[in-house]
Every structure is written in structure tokens, then in C-alpha cells.
Design a protein around this ligand. Structure first.
Ligand code: HEM
Length: 494
């Protein structure tokens, strides 16, 4: 027993020393590392429990680029002066590779094959935003009716993020696997459950990396492979069942109607045709994983964005009336079924500004994790090695008056109305969608969804926080998530 403890301790200390040697790579002009008191723990405590103050202090002492020692590894933090280098140099910094270190998609979606999600989405979905607008509105409207089904009495809703993953899963299912299958609760639950499952990978801090860098990733891969926690395996059967049903139906109809068959418009049909559809050899596991890969990117982010906008307004109900008046005016453009023309989105100026403000103040202190693909020298001469985790110090951007205007951290929903900067417009003072070549290609799609959802929500309901106070974001270390506290919703008397 004692022997194992002694051996274990020697191993830990050796690993620690080895890691420190790597931190001080003598060949590179590395960013400064602030002093820390406890070996192995390093800056982890301040990073996790006092991140806002900790990073302010680090920046004050060390400038725009510095490294911190957390979860047993060194990561480099990039302040506002150098963020553009990370976003512009995709040969050196990768958001996707850093994401894979946290979420093992290669194991979760092992049947996916090689695809470029951004290109597929651009080719098949984002070029048809106006075409999909009516379906997006209808499915958002019916999902809202279902999930915010209240009578004449006010009702409390807790955990908006959870509810919104179900609401947003509805238009996503409609556009990705078709109108018919999106009507099944089983599919909506599978989409939402997969999304919430993946978000857990991002929320769990990599404790095991204290023992050895990379051990956390190794452990989660084992857990996923063993099936102990695998949101894709859990929901794959449901997705395959519905895809199969659709594919069989489409094959039969195509056979029956020949050239007069009206091909359904959705992503499923697009990728079937793109992959040289062989009716006798359909790989359903591969098809389902190709759909899964888009779900987290499109549902988690948009549901979180919606939940934040709702909570920000519920916290400040004094702004809702002005937004209501704007939506009433916009709604005059709706047809007899309540469907707005695509162009009506441009007239929701105040709502758009409010959404931009909510995304701007999402609350992360550092975020947009990237991984270095090679040794890199910043324009100030500091260097980082290959395989280094890089975090962008977003709070540095959002608390800067010269970039944001007066009271930069206060939520002012109409701050952007006159500035002609819609919520989807990227800028060096606005980073929710990243930037550069890999800036989120789904941002217009996402903002449209949030606007259509909020349009109906504001027209139909009054809402306020249950606590009667401003609800802040839920903080997990330097990251922020929508508050899970309740809001009270009641039907608007028209
Ligand atoms: C409010 C909602 C959303 C937010 C905040 C968001 C945020 C982001 C961010 C920060 C990135 C990384 C950008 C970078 O590397 O610089 C990204 C990438 C991406 N997003 Fe979004 N996103 C949202 C909605 C969506 C939606 C609805 C879709 C798809 C329908 C989508 C698809 C993607 C894809 C495919 C990428 C990878 C782009 C690439 O690597 O080239 N996103 N998103």
C-alpha cells in the first residue's frame, strides 16, 4: 500500500517536472507566466473561481499576451491587441481542433466519414434562407405553442436553455430531415437530448489533466467508447428509424411517379443526391452521423442565445413595451396565416439591436478556444509552441469603452439601433461568432431564428423574472451559460 503511494507520488512529481521543462522551452520566446504559489494547481483556483479579477490583474502586469497554468497545462491568453491574428491565421490556429479535444466527435460520430460541415451548410442551407423562412416560422410557432402552453394564469418556467433546445430542435429537424419527420416528439427529443449531452463535455473541467496532460481526453474517449455516456449512441436508433422511413417513402414515390415526382426540399434529400444515392446500398449509420454533426453547432448556440435574450428582457421588463410596439408594426406585414415575408426581418431594428446586445454580453471572460497547429510568432515577437491551447480574452474587448461606447458592460438593448450594425455583423468589438475565414457561417440563420421566435413571444406574452431581480448568467469558471432561474410568463391581453 505505502509502496504504491510512494511510487505514485514519484510518478506525479516526475511528470510535473517534465511538464515544467516543456513550459520553459528554451528555443521559444514564450509569453510571461504570472507567479503562482501551489505547484500542480498553478493558477487553477483563480482561473476558475475569480476569473474576471484574475485576468484583469494578469493583463495589468503582463500585457496583451500571457500564459496561465491551469488544469495541469499551460494555456495562452490573448488580449484585444492580438485577437485578429488568431482569427485570421487559420494555418496556425484551429477552433475545430480545440473543440475536438473537448468533444470526441471522431468516436461519437465514427460513421460520419469525411465531410466539411461549413461547405455543406453553405451549399445547401444558407443559400436558401429566404426559401426556408416560412417553414422556420411555422415550426417555431407551433413549438412555442407547445412548450409555453399556458392558460389564463401566469406560469413559472425554469431552465430556459433546456426548453429552448426543444423549441429550436423543431425548425432544425424540419429543415434537416424534412417536414414530416419533424412532427414526431421522438425526433425532437433525440435532437435536444443529443445537444444537451454534448454540452456536458464542454462544462466538465478537465480535472484529470492535473495528473497528466491529455488524460481527461483519454478518459472521455474511454467513457464514450464503453457506452457509459454516449449521446450519439443513445439517440442514433431514433434518428435512423425516421431517416429510414423517409428514404423508403421517397424511393417508392420516385419509382411510382417518375419524372413528375416532386422532390422534397431538405438537407437529407440534398446529401442523398450529393452522395450518389445508391438505393441498394444505403449506409444509415453514416447518414445519421452526418446529420448529428450539425445539431450541436446549430441548436446549442441558438437555444442559448434565445434563452439569454429572454432572461435579459425578463430582467428588465421596462424595455418590453417598446419592442412590443415594433413587433406590432412589423406584424402588419404578415399574411392571413400570420407568416411574415422574409424581408420583414429587416424591420425588426430594435429587436435586432437587443439580440446583438445579449450576444455581446454573453458573459464569457475568456472563450473561443483554439489550438496551435504549429509554432507561431506573434507580431510583438512572443512565441507559442505547436499544440498550445489559446483562449481569447473576450472580456478585454467588451469592457473597453473605446470599442463599445459608454458603460460598456451595462445591458442597453437599443445601443446598436443607430449604429447600423445588425446582430449578425462581425467586428473587432463583437466576437460571439468568432471572425476571419472560419467565422460562424450559420450566424444569419441563427439570428433569423431568434428574431422569428422573439417576434411571436413578445406579441403573445408578458414576462418577468421570478425573483423580480436582474438574473445574471450562470458562471462555470470563465465561461457563462444561460441562467437556469425561473421566469414568469403570462398571456398578453390584446
Ligand atoms: C447564436 C448562434 C450561434 C453562435 C453564437 C455561433 C458561434 C460560432 C463560433 C464562435 C464559431 C467559431 C468561429 C471561429 O472559428 O472563428 C462557429 C463556427 C461554426 N458555426 Fe456557429 N454559431 C451559432 C449558430 C450556428 C448555426 C445555427 C449553425 C448551423 C446551422 C452554425 C454552424 C457553424 C459551423 C459549421 C461552424 C464552423 C465554421 C468553420 O469551421 O469554418 N452555427 N459558430
Amino acid at each position: 500500500m505505502y509502496q504504491s503511494i510512494i511510487l505514485g507520488s514519484i510518478l506525479l512529481v516526475s511528470l510535473y517536472i517534465l511538464k515544467r521543462v516543456r513550459v520553459r522551452n528554451p528555443k521559444l520566446n514564450m509569453p510571461p507566466v504570472p507567479r503562482y504559489k501551489i505547484p500542480i494547481i498553478g493558477h487553477t483556483y483563480s482561473y476558475f473561481f475569480n476569473s474576471e479579477e484574475f485576468f484583469k490583474q494578469c493583463k495589468k502586469e503582463h500585457g496583451d499576451i500571457f500564459s496561465v497554468y491551469v488544469w495541469g497545462q499551460v494555456r495562452t491568453i490573448i488580449g484585444k491587441g492580438y485577437i485578429h491574428e488568431i482569427l485570421a491565421r487559420d494555418e496556425a490556429f484551429s477552433f475545430g481542433r480545440a473543440f475536438l479535444k473537448r468533444v470526441p466527435y471522431d468516436v461519437l460520430l465514427k460513421n460520419m466519414g469525411i465531410i466539411d460541415p461549413a461547405i455543406l451548410l453553405k451549399d445547401y442551407i444558407f443559400c436558401k434562407l429566404s426559401f426556408y423562412s416560412e417553414r422556420m416560422q411555422k415550426s417555431l410557432y407551433s413549438a412555442t405553442q407547445k412548450h409555453f402552453n399556458i392558460g389564463d394564469q401566469p406560469k413559472v418556467f425554469d431552465n430556459l436553455y433546456h426548453i429552448m433546445t426543444e423549441v429550436i430542435s423543431s425548425p432544425i429537424a424540419n429543415i434537416f430531415i424534412g417536414e414530416e419527420e419533424s412532427k414526431y416528439d421522438e425526433i425532437i427529443t433525440a435532437f435536444a437530448d443529443f445537444t444537451s449531452g454534448i454540452s456536458i463535455f464542454l462544462m466538465v473541467p478537465p480535472f484529470l489533466d492535473f495528473i497528466y496532460p491529455g488524460l481527461h481526453n483519454y478518459a472521455i474517449r474511454v467513457i464514450v467508447k464503453s457506452g457509459l455516456f454516449n449521446p450519439a449512441a443513445k439517440n442514433r436508433d431514433a434518428l435512423i428509424k425516421h431517416i429510414k422511413k423517409q428514404v423508403c417513402k421517397r424511393l417508392q414515390e420516385k419509382e411510382k411517379y417518375g419524372n413528375s415526382w416532386k422532390r422534397p426540399d431538405d438537407f437529407l434529400q440534398d446529401i442523398l443526391e450529393r452522395d450518389g444515392f445508391d438505393a441498394n446500398n444505403i449506409n444509415y449509420a453514416s447518414l445519421s452521423d452526418k446529420i448529428f454533426v450539425f445539431l450541436f453547432a446549430s441548436i446549442h448556440t441558438t437555444a442559448g442565445g434565445c434563452a439569454n435574450v429572454m432572461m435579459d428582457l425578463a430582467s428588465r421588463p421596462q424595455y418590453i413595451q417598446e419592442l412590443y410596439e415594433e413587433q406590432l408594426e412589423v406584424h402588419k406585414e404578415a399574411d392571413e396565416n400570420g407568416i411574415l415575408p422574409f424581408e420583414a426581418l429587416n424591420n425588426m431594428k430594435k429587436l435586432d439591436s437587443c439580440i446583438r446586445e445579449s450576444l455581446r454580453l454573453a458573459g464569457h471572460i475568456v472563450t473561443l478556444e483554439h489550438l496551435t497547429l504549429k509554432d507561431y510568432t506573434f507580431s510583438n515577437g512572443l512565441q507559442v509552441p505547436k499544440d498550445r491551447i489559446i483562449n481569447i480574452y473576450t472580456d478585454d474587448v467588451y469592457e473597453d469603452e473605446s470599442l463599445q461606447g459608454p458603460n460598456p458592460k451595462s445591458f442597453e438593448p437599443f445601443r446598436h439601433v443607430d449604429a447600423n450594425v445588425p446582430a449578425s455583423k462581425l467586428g473587432k468589438n463583437y466576437l460571439p461568432f468568432g471572425g476571419g475565414k472560419h467565422a460562424c457561417p450559420g450566424r444569419h440563420f441563427a439570428i433569423n431564428e431568434i428574431k422569428f421566435f422573439m417576434h411571436n413571444f413578445i406579441l403573445n406574452f408578458n414576462f418577468r423574472t421570478k425573483s423580480g431581480k436582474i438574473e445574471e448568467r450562470m458562471r462555470v469558471g470563465p465561461l457563462a451559460f444561460p441562467s437556469s432561474n425561473g421566469i414568469i410568463i403570462e398571456k398578453r391581453v390584446k
